[in-house]
Design a protein around this ligand. Structure first.
Ligand SMILES: [Zn+2]
Length: 196
């Protein structure tokens, strides 16, 4: 597995161990069932974030804070999360202290019903920088989730980005939509800050 979408200057592939994928799927099946049963049993026992956004799953407090910030202060970010909720996709979000770039998205697998992707956020970002970078990656998640035919492997992922994006290196791609999204969110966060 390789990260195909990374950001900050030159994009690079980095290896992702199969252990990561296994770990992710060990985590994957449980929250779905928990979220569904919790919603029907006791609405008061979960936060609105956990309740309403089952497909976008922050795995650590910083990513949870990013999502909360984005939902509260950026209509574009909130729209992305809402759109993802209407696709058969699970998006894991985690802080990666060893990530050499700002953010990255890893395609994990398509099970035939659901696409799994993992957004990694690098260290040393302010909350606003991380929120804008997250929005960029969520746009990629939406691009992958909405692909027709569905993306089922790395080759098809590259084919998708040859179609909707552009190459920025060997096997490395970008999309204008993701860059535009990040710019919009950065602007909305700036406006929101001035209004507080
Ligand atoms: Zn990108």
């Amino acid at each position: 597995m390789f990260c195909l979408l990374k950001h900050e200057g030159r994009l690079k592939k980095i290896p992702v161990s199969s252990g990561l994928v296994v770990a992710i799927f060990g985590y994957a099946d449980r929250p779905v069932a928990v979220a569904q049963s919790t919603m029907s049993v006791d609405q008061n026992s979960v936060t609105p974030f956990d309740d309403a956004h089952a497909r976008v799953r922050a795995l650590d407090p910083f990513c949870k804070q990013i999502v909360g910030t984005g939902l509260r202060r950026s209509a574009t970010f909130a729209g992305l999360v809402d759109d993802l909720e209407h696709h058969n996709v699970i998006v894991y979000l985690s802080l990666d202290q060893s990530l050499p770039v700002r953010a990255a998205l890893t395609f994990l697998v398509n099970t035939g019903q659901t696409t799994y992707v993992h957004v990694h956020i690098g260290p040393r970002l302010s909350l606003e920088q991380a929120t804008a970078a997250m929005a960029h990656e969520l746009r990629h998640a939406l691009e992958i989730a909405g692909a027709s035919p569905p993306v089922t492997n790395q080759h098809e992922l590259q084919d998708l980005y040859r179609s909707i994006g552009f190459g920025v290196g060997a096997g490395e791609f970008e999309s204008l939509a993701a860059r535009t999204t990040e710019h919009q969110v950065r602007q909305e966060l700036s406006i929101s800050r001035r209004g507080e």
